[in-house]
Design a protein around this ligand. Structure first.
Ligand code: FAD
Ligand code: NA7
Length: 486
């Protein structure tokens, strides 16, 4: 019986997935403890309860993106007739912005703690690890250990940013773990890595007025639809972001004035150098499983320390995993939360529903946002064959772009469909303002197996950018120019 253990569930990691599972489990009557502990970054940055999303991920990222968009909006407002004294002279106060962002985070940390208390989840601020398959020890800041026993264990320790193995990287480089609480403005910044985190950071830094350069090793936004990616990059270049393609950093040293000298290998294999104020690595993340002493529990890991689970169950039946720690699953907060809740219901409510990881929508918060759900065109071709898919696409002109004469040449969308019959929609892609808001509802429609015919029979909301999805009719195959003719 479960009485031989102190807890029905012990959760390792108080982030998106772990907290969602813990709260759901106590609501269902389980006795639950959560271990959460943040190891400081190499630069010494640390933060509170709640995990990556709240402290060093989605939330501060979105807020800084918003700060950048507001800077743009000031100029637009002037075009709409707002009397703004010297709009050309406006600039961001980095410290003030960062303070606002950090204050919000602190308030979320606090609310999270209170919520755990009211829901009777035992929170233990300690670095947890396995003593044996049912015994977890937590090393607290004061060096003491707290030991608990658990019937079930959930591993939800998430991940942390990688550093490249080059001289000066750990000493002088920062990552997203440090950026959102940086005490002084980053200045001229080199962002190494062209995944979504690298692009987003370069995008908002440029929008805030700092010179930003992205160093791309191979391709930009691997895994995303490459037509859309090209548009996203074009727009970033338009707005002033620099890209160094097919290049790799070689070393970082510090100049006497505090600036950083970066040597890198360019696409021709030549050594180049440039000086930056900040070097930000966004080259992927590793799962935080090393500290867990998984060998004491017999839990196996695969590449990058990740756990290859089947319905969130590891190779040890009473040990589960959710979130970024999972192998080959989207590293997204709502994915971790959803999987965590469903798992708790299966464990403590005899539920049977399992997590569906397909067709999860996401948005890259670049200056012009890119939202998508379902297959990229490349994936559709791979799965269905080029002859069996139809791709509809169009450029469009947001109404609100006209008066400030904002460049609309990169407002573009695409619908990837089956070619036969009513043309089931396989993927939807949107570059433009509010891309996340635009895509979310269509993700629900795709869950309901929407066809292109049904999309076309949907009446739009005018004037919006989302309605453009109900108007698209030009197939790529037709070769007709997808630019609006008016
Ligand atoms: P986490 O939230 O990382 O939580 C794990 C927790 O466990 C951490 O607090 C960690 O310190 C703690 N821990 C680790 N080891 C131990 C241990 N041994 N003992 C105790 N505690 C431990 N997702 C989105 O959906 N939208 C976005 O816009 C978005 N933007 C992002 C931007 C950035 C810059 C980053 C880095 C990520 C972003 N993500 C975004 C991803 C999102 O943050 C993660 O997918 C999500 O936080 C994963 O949740 P998790 O529960 O797996 O782990
Ligand atoms: P991603 O999405 O894994 O992207 C990492 C990027 O960094 C990608 O462009 C890589 O290029 C590049 N990379 C990887 N290693 C290096 C080295 N050593 N030097 C230079 N460039 C490198 O990571 P993010 O940090 O953006 O996001 C992490 C995850 O969080 C991501 O999976 C999201 O789902 C959530 P490559 O294409 O490999 O050549």
């Amino acid at each position: 019986s479960s009485h031989q253990y102190e807890y029905d569930l012990v959760v390792l990691g108080g982030g998106s997935g772990g907290l969602a599972a813990a709260k759901q489990a106590t609501e269902l009557g389980a006795k639950v403890a959560v271990f959460d502990y943040v190891t400081p970054s190499p630069q010494g940055t640390k933060w509170g309860l709640g995990g990556t999303c709240v402290n060093v991920g989605c939330i501060p990222k979105k807020l800084m993106h918003q700060a950048a968009l507001l800077g743009e909006a000031v100029h637009e407002a002037a075009a709409f007739g707002w009397q703004i004294p010297e709009p050309k002279k406006i600039k961001i106060d980095w410290e003030a912005m960062t303070q606002g962002v950090q204050n919000h985070i602190k308030s979320v940390n606090w609310v999270t703690r209170v919520e755990l208390r009211t829901k009777h989840v035992q929170y233990i601020n300690a670095l947890g690890y396995f003593k044996d398959p049912h015994t977890i020890a937590g090393l607290m800041k004061n060096g003491q250990e707290q030991v608990v026993t658990a019937k079930n264990v959930l591993i939800a320790v998430g991940g942390r940013p990688n550093y490249p193995d080059i001289p000066g990287a750990l000493e002088y480089g920062i990552t997203s773990d440090d950026l959102f609480s940086l005490s002084k403005a980053p200045g001229k910044t080199l962002v190494v890595g062209a995944g979504y985190i690298g692009l987003e950071c370069a995008g908002f830094l440029n929008g805030l007025g700092y010179n930003a350069t992205v160093m791309v090793r191979s391709i930009v936004l691997r895994g995303f639809d490459q037509d859309m990616v090209k548009i996203v990059v074009d727009e970033m270049v338009n707005q002033g972001v620099n890209f160094i393609h097919e290049a790799k950093p070689k070393s970082i040293t510090k100049n006497e004035d505090g600036s950083l000298l970066v040597h890198y290998v360019d696409k021709d294999g030549q050594i180049q150098k440039d000086v930056y104020d900040t070097v930000l690595f966004a080259i992927g993340r590793y799962a935080l499983t090393k500290d867990l002493k998984l060998e004491n529990a017999g839990v196996e890991t695969v590449k990058d320390g990740k756990i290859d689970a089947n319905n969130e169950q590891s190779n040890v039946p009473h040990i589960y995993a959710v979130g970024d720690v999972l192998h080959k699953r989207p590293e997204l907060t709502p994915v971790a939360i959803h999987a965590g809740k469903l798992l708790a219901k299966r464990l403590f409510d005899n539920a049977t529903e399992t997590m569906d990881y397909t067709n999860v929508a996401t948005t890259v918060f670049t200056p012009l946002e890119y939202g998508c759900v379902g297959l990229s065109e490349e994936q559709a071709v791979q799965h269905h064959g080029e002859d069996n898919i139809e791709v509809y696409h169009t450029y469009y002109k947001p109404t609100e772009f006209f008066i400030p004469q904002k460049d609309n040449s990169n407002c573009y969308l695409k619908v990837v469909c089956e070619r036969a019959g009513d043309q089931k929609v396989l993927g939807m892609h949107f570059v433009g303002p509010h891309a996340g808001e635009v895509i979310q509802g269509f993700a629900a429609a795709m869950k309901c197996n929407m066809t292109f015919k049904q999309l076309k029979s949907t009446v739009g909301i005018h004037p919006t950018v989302a309605e453009e999805f109900t108007r698209v009719q030009i197939s790529k195959r037709s070769g007709v120019d997808p630019r609006p003719q008016s």
